[in-house]
Design a protein around this ligand. Sequence first.
Ligand code: PLP
Length: 357
Amino acid sequence: MSKVHVFNAGPCVLPQVAIDNAIEALKNFSGTGVSLISISHRTKEWDAVMDECRALWKELLHIPDTHEVVFLGGGASLQFLYVAMNFLEKKAAYLDTGVWAHKALVEAQGIGEAYALACSKDKNYTYIPKGFDIPKDLDYLHITTNNTIYGTEIHEDIDCPVPLIADMSSDIMSRPVDVSKYDLIYGGAQKNVGPAGVIFAIIRKDALGRVSRHIPTMLDYRTHIDKLSMFNTPPVFNIFVMKETLKWLKGLGGVEAMYEMNKKKAALLYDEIDRNSMFIGTAAKEDRSLMNVCFVMAPGKEDLQDEFMAFAKSRGMIGIKGHRSVGGFRASLYNACPIEDVEALVECMKEFEDLKK
Ligand SMILES: *Cc1c(COP(=O)(O)O)cnc(C)c1O
């Protein structure tokens, strides 16, 4: 098999060491002679995995004692419902910056009053709305920090006069975050921290219990905080791989070091997109995502799209097809994507330009 460069948007590349350790644990978990997926989750060996995973989250993101992190099933999409169930009493606002943000809003509207405070759909979500006022009477403002499909990102932890809730599915652990500014940060693991099938939720504990509705047991964050994510059988395999992924990240210097690397990788590719006469970027420059780099053929070159796709494929590029709602190309540069892969893609774009000159 020749060398491949994987730019999948999610599920995505994970560190090889995490995969290798998971394979070993599938055969023989922690020296028990039993497979990771056959052990009881009520054992001290499993408790150790859970404890280590939780501790890594807290250490890497400097999560303050006011917050707890839990790991659950159901995907980020089920978190859209959790958010409204646990935090929506009178009224909530959403920043509508893409398909996922919009889905989160629609889910909340099934529970109570929720509306889009600002929306960038007028330009197919290629920018982050700015200059909006945040009313003081909201239960919360919901944002999606990285818009996976469109390649836009909110680069700062915004100052918010009301509780702030963020879907960070696709940029968690890619940059430092001031967790204390958020009442809730959640996301699916499969974009940056693990395999699909587990979500993380970092919750300000004293923000819970303020809604008057009855919350079903499984949808109540308090259940999972009280039971340390073990109210019911946790997705053990997924949590194990997440733990191994975070261990790898810590070994590289943590989120701060990762952020420097991510800026470098993204700059490399954006610089080439801006330089290369064949391509143009689709996201507003100031809002360009470090994680998902979206680009299309330059005006007049549109008919070369299939040709470039085939050319890139022949050079080992995998997963660079843009989302169907945007078209063109998207290269996802998550933490585990090595800079060498980005260099290979840049080289491939240069070669294509030379070929077509
Ligand atoms: C992928 C993604 C989701 C959906 O995640 P699932 O785990 O598939 O439900 C939600 N939000 C964002 C920002 C995403 O990138």
